[in-house]
Design a binder for this molecule. Structure first.
Ligand code: ADP
Ligand code: TRP
Length: 350
């Protein structure tokens, strides 16, 4: 059975975008493959969270994944920091990773630029220049630079061949393939398969924000969280941006309106969608009614998940058990790989 690995940074509550963009495919994959899903708590250190936050966010995200239906009997669900072998593999991979290639990755440049407070408009060259500028008070960590090496270690430690990720991770995935290949060629072995990005469908699902334009996201401040209660959801949806309505029959929907419809397509019934689509095309649409329907349908979708989240969160023993069993299974797989790696590099296997 093919192995699938994917990691999620514990950076806040899960929202509808995370569910329909990522988790839904995890649920399908766990039925068909040998899946490892983990909470990337080491990766979250690049933004220096407070120790309490590290513990709490890992717990939150674990409960939310379980509530969504990730089944610890089917998939291995674990915390990255529980599998110390990953750190060892990261060390070995870093010995053959180039500073130059790591500095050239787009996500490093973006994040470094933000950390050094360089405006987006400035040229790429300024990132490198600022990194070497002794007078810049905002330094960029080696951890941020080697983010892709750690991600490669996460993936190849289980010899994964499929990695379900969003398009934004393509460059990190390219690095993972490169580091896997490099290990094999450096030591003349065929230990690591090259991991491929895996998309559930040709057309990536993009859950829109309801605040005008763009996607739903935590940092966009427009997210509807799976844990939100009915009142909160209602408030958020009723605030959605709309316009004065179409003037002519069958007009093209402007982005803000198209976003409402996209959301309805995702959570509502075909009938509800068609009903409002027809109203729009006849210029009879009442956005207030449409939003009410949408809020109701989103609440209907979220309510059972929310209930399970609260239930699971109150069951500390269950969560601890899931984390322990996940850690054991992931450790077993990682330890096997590391035994081979150590031997290949020239260390004692144990
Ligand atoms: P956020 O953008 O809220 O910080 P992450 O970057 O942590 O979310 O994304 C976690 C996963 O959820 C990724 O696989 C990403 O592609 C997916 N995802 C996030 N937002 C959306 C969205 N609006 N539509 C579809 N998928 C999304
Ligand atoms: N880099 C991923 C993100 O930002 C998270 C991640 C860490 C990951 N390690 C991984 C994803 C391994 C897939 C496989 O979302």
């Amino acid at each position: 059975m093919e192995t699938v690995v994917s990691g999620i940074r514990p950076t806040g509550n899960l929202h509808l975008g995370n569910y329909f963009g990522a988790i839904k495919s995890f649920l399908k994959l766990q039925e068909e493959f040998n899946c490892f899903f983990f909470i990337a708590d080491w990766h979250s250190l690049t933004t220096h969270p407070h120790p309490d936050n590290i513990r709490n966010s890992a717990r939150t995200i674990l409960a939310e994944y379980l509530a969504c239906g990730i089944d610890p009997e089917k998939a291995t669900l674990y915390l990255q920091s529980d599998v110390r072998e990953t750190a060892e593999l990261y060390l070995y991979l870093n010995m053959n990773a180039g500073i130059g290639e790591l500095m050239r990755t787009a996500s490093f440049k973006d994040k470094a630029r933000k950390q050094m407070h360089i405006a987006d408009a400035e040229s790429d060259g300024s990132v490198e220049k600022e990194i070497f500028n002794e007078n810049n008070k905002h330094s960029v960590s080696a951890g941020l630079l080697t983010y892709p090496t750690l991600m490669a270690a996460d993936i190849i430690i289980h010899k994964a061949v499929k990695v379900p990720v969003g398009k934004d991770q393509e460059q990190n995935m390219e690095m993972a393939r490169r580091f896997a290949r490099r290990f094999n060629t450096t030591y003349g072995v065929d230990l690591f398969p090259e991991p491929a990005s895996f998309y559930m469908s040709d057309k990536a699902v993009k859950v829109p924000g309801l605040d005008g334009s763009g996607k739903m996201g935590k940092s966009e401040g427009n997210a509807i969280y799976l844990v939100d209660d009915e009142k909160t959801i209602h408030k958020k949806v009723m605030k959605a941006v709309t316009d004065a309505g179409p003037k002519e029959p069958n007009s093209k929907k402007p982005e803000v309106i198209a976003n409402l419809f996209t959301m309805m397509e995702i959570v509502s019934s075909k009938e509800a969608y068609n009903f409002f689509d027809e109203k729009y095309n006849n210029c009879e649409i009442r956005y207030g009614d449409m939003k009410k329907q949408l809020a109701e349908d989103i609440s209907k979708f979220c309510a059972p998940i929310r209930e399970r989240i609260l239930d699971i969160q109150s069951n500390e023993d269950y969560m601890a058990k899931v984390a322990r069993i996940g850690a054991e299974k992931a450790h077993e797989s990682a330890a096997k790989t590391l035994k081979e790696v150590r031997q290949i590099i020239g260390f004692r296997p144990e």
